[in-house]
Design a binder for this molecule. Structure first.
Ligand SMILES: C[S@@+](CC[C@H](N)C(=O)[O-])C[C@H]1O[C@@H](n2cnc3c(N)ncnc32)[C@H](O)[C@@H]1O
Length: 223
């Protein structure tokens, strides 16, 4: 594939500040549009009772709630997010749902998951988050996911992607990403290819469109 992936030019501090500002509005701005794709990712991951699951970039916490219900009282969900504003909203949601006791929330940059032991998790979930990492970081994040999963563990990624040749909506979106990274911070990536290059065996990859922009739901397994 010869298509390039745009670089990420803002710092982690700027990303954190941007998501803190957005946290109170996130569900209003993106919630209903993105829900159907998040749900497809959760369906692909298919978390089971008793499993241990990590969500990277949990945002306002909707998927944490679904994951916590799926793993049940014997399971465990960990979430890591860069934004303390998002973390506060997710924490409140989990409390309201009575699920706080089975979810650990952590503030931090998921490029470094060294607080999780190797080979201990059944699943990792990421929705509209892998595309926020700069190109050299994507393989590092995926290598961390690989490291912490048990053999046979699954990684489900929901992300924007692009076709060859990219359509006009993607070209316009990428222009916005370059010009206004705080307003269009996700950018199309090639999750399936990156996961394969990181050693995952692809179990399924579904593509659909969101406002003319292709979205991929990819499920990989650690052999
Ligand atoms: C586009 S939002 C998606 C939120 C949620 N996954 C969803 O689908 O509704 C991206 C989330 O990733 C978080 N994030 C961004 N960079 C991160 C990083 N380096 N490490 C951990 N989380 C990050 C943001 O704070 C934000 O909550």
């Amino acid at each position: 594939m010869n298509l390039s992936v745009s670089r990420v030019n803002r710092s982690k501090e700027a990303a954190r500040a941007s998501y803190n500002r957005l946290s109170g509005w996130y569900d209003f701005v993106a919630g209903s549009t993105e829900k159907k794709y998040r749900d497809r990712g959760l369906e692909a991951l298919s978390a089971q009772p008793g499993e241990k699951i990590l969500e990277i970039g949990f945002g306002t916490g909707h998927c944490l709630v679904s994951l916590a219900r799926s793993v049940g009282a014997q399971g465990r969900v960990t979430g890591v997010d860069l934004s303390d504003g998002m973390l506060a909203i997710a924490r409140e949601r989990l409390q309201k749902e009575g699920l706080s006791d089975r979810v650990d929330l952590r503030l931090g940059d998921a490029a470094n998951l060294d607080f999780i032991e190797a080979g201990t998790l059944d699943g990792v979930f990421m929705s509209f988050t892998l595309e926020l990492f700069d190109n050299p970081e994507i393989p590092r994040v995926l290598a961390e996911c690989y490291r912490i999963l048990k053999p046979g563990g699954r990684l489900a990624v929901v992300s924007m992607t692009k076709n060859d040749p990219p359509g006009i909506p993607v070209r316009i979106y990428e222009w916005f990403h370059e010009a206004m990274p705080n307003y269009a911070d996700c950018r199309p990536i090639f999750a399936r290819q990156s996961m394969e290059e990181s050693g995952f065996k692809i179990e399924s990859a579904d593509a659909s469109m969101m406002w003319g922009l292709p979205v991929q739901v990819v499920l990989g397994a650690k052999p």
